[in-house]
Design a protein around this ligand. Structure first.
Ligand code: GAP
Length: 516
């Protein structure tokens, strides 16, 4: 999908009540979004699918709902006060602010794009005989460009590891990186910028303590580790899951809901015996990719990306990347966090956070494998993948385009639309009777305005998997037409079979069963 199509997805999201700019009538707030009537339903369904897959399918995983505000010491212990920074740089001419690491990454991506272009050209020239590996290893231009990339990444890695901000700026200067707005190389020094939002606790703000809006939900799980373990009499290994808002003062917030300042996370901390982390890391990599692939968004749209630059807490980390309209980007992180967090909370709180293992008769601080996914990113993955402009041939030989959201039926905001063919002859009454029968099981929509064709198109545009049309024959033999969103196929079925037919396709249970 091109950037151009991505713009269409964004416009569609607004036009059909999925996503609105926050405070839009006041010209919006940068990188903050609201979910509309359809968006909030889709979001709820994503969360339900995730939570059920964690809690219902694992007898040793439970969920909590911890507060957004936490004791300020939590963020010192977790390392966020000291280390949750991005390096930023300003262009003195355009007055625009950038993340220095992103400028460097984008510069590297441009060189990579040149390599790929050469490869594409060669592929066309040599046809089936083309050997990409050999070409990469022997073509002098590619070798030189790859060497350049490696040198930049090496320098950047060393500079980041040693916190050498002057060196990060020097890379930008040496590589001749220009400001995308002013085109100049007139840069300020690189500074560290902490991503946490802070506020004051208490009614008299001058005397109040500084507290933070949580930048991740994970810490709410760690500080409740012992509460849950004791009250739930949990035995290792066990997991605690949580869905909730997180806040980050992102320097460069772009790409719609991909990087927001207020967003939602679905995180799960899996507490294990030290020494078993490699086994569980693999287990969670496999379990999470299966969860994604069960949605049928196309297996080719996922890949793992192992981290080389590990966060301060991690022993190993991998991203599940998804092919967004703007390329492969992180959708979910899976991290082997060792005993870092619990040990730090022990130190800072002075409370023991250990597990007594009845099998070994020893107490120890458990290790943790974390899975962490952004609800909003998952939403964007689904929405951009679902958006389709399909050319259809009409009976008169002409063509038309229908815009359809092929959202996985189990996640669709509205499951079934009930449409009386005309607004008279007792059809609306019959349609409402059917609606009253279905509304306890599904999110339904009743529509009687406009031609049936227009109504079908509107339902296609919001991703409704089924339309039920009530016509004059319905009054005679109690049958309706059921129309399938993806194929536009229409079938006549008995009214009493609607519930089962729809349920077979839209019940989240079917997705969960694929996960075993
Ligand atoms: N507890 C670990 C943690 O928070 P992370 O990689 O910083 O790790 C996890 O974030 C996930 O949260 C990401 O994979 C992404 O899906 C989502 N996420 C992070 N920052 C985000 C932002 N600014 N806007 C939207 N989603 C974000």
């Amino acid at each position: 999908m091109t950037e151009d199509k991505f713009k269409k997805v964004i416009a569609h999201a607004k036009e059909y009540g999925f996503v609105f700019q926050s405070s839009e009538i006041y010209d919006g707030l940068s990188a903050v979004y609201d979910y509309g009537q359809n968006g909030s339903e889709l979001k709820e369904n994503i969360k339900r699918y995730w939570k059920d897959s964690m809690v219902k399918l694992h007898e040793n995983i439970v969920a909590v709902d911890s507060a957004i505000f936490m004791h300020p010491e939590v963020w010192k212990a977790s390392g966020h006060v000291g280390a949750f920074n991005d390096p930023l740089i300003d262009n003195k001419d355009s007055k625009k602010r950038y993340r220095a690491d992103v400028l460097i990454e984008e510069h590297v991506a441009k060189i990579e794009a040149k390599i790929n272009k050469d490869i594409e050209k060669a592929k066309k020239r040599f046809g089936d005989a083309f050997d990409e590996k050999q070409f990469r290893e022997t073509n002098s231009r590619i070798i030189e460009r790859q060497k350049k990339i490696n040198t930049i990444l090496d320098r950047f890695k060393k500079a980041t590891e040693t916190g050498n901000l002057a060196e990060i700026k020097q890379i930008i200067i040496d590589e001749g990186i220009t400001c995308p707005v002013s085109g100049s190389k007139n840069w300020t020094d690189v500074r560290q910028f902490n991503l946490m939002f802070d506020t004051k606790l208490g009614s008299v703000s001058e005397n109040a303590d500084k507290i933070y809006l949580r930048p991740e939900t994970a810490q709410g799980i760690f500080v409740n580790y012992l509460n849950v373990q004791k009250t739930g009499r949990m035995k290792l290994p066990f997991g605690i899951a949580q869905i909730g808002k997180a806040f980050r003062n992102e320097i460069v917030a772009r790409q719609f809901i991909f990087r927001m300042r207020e967003f939602e996370q679905m995180e799960m901390q899996f507490f294990i015996r030290p020494g078993e982390e490699d086994k569980w890391f693999e287990y969670w990599k496999n379990t999470r990719i299966k969860w994604h692939k069960a949605l049928n968004l196309g297996n080719e749209n996922y890949r793992f990306h192992d981290h080389e630059n590990l966060a301060h807490y991690a022993k190993a980390a991998t991203d599940i990347e998804f092919k967004f309209p703007f390329g492969f980007k992180e959708l979910e992180g899976i991290h082997s966090r060792t005993d870092f967090d619990l040990t730090r909370h022990q130190e800072f709180s002075g409370k023991k956070l250990q597990y007594f293992d009845p099998e070994t008769n020893k107490s120890y601080v458990p290790y943790v494998i974390e899975t962490s996914i952004g609800v909003d990113r998952m939403f964007l993955a689904i929405l951009s993948n679902a958006y389709d402009e399909e050319t259809i041939k009409k009976e008169n030989g002409k063509t038309e385009t229908r815009t359809v959201l092929r959202i996985p039926p189990a996640l669709a905001p509205v499951k079934v639309a009930i449409l009386p063919l005309v607004k008279k002859d007792g059809l609306p009454e019959k349609a409402r009777e059917i609606l009253n029968m279905l509304k306890y099981d599904f999110n339904c929509q009743y529509e009687e305005k406009d031609s049936i064709g227009k109504r079908y198109r509107r339902q296609d545009a919001t991703g409704t998997p089924f339309c039920i049309t009530v016509d004059h024959q319905t009054l005679k033999d109690n049958t309706v037409t059921i129309r399938y969103r993806d194929t536009m196929e229409q079938k006549r079925i008995k009214t009493e079979n609607i519930l089962e037919t729809v349920d077979n396709e839209v019940n989240i249970k079917n997705l969960l069963k694929k996960l075993g």
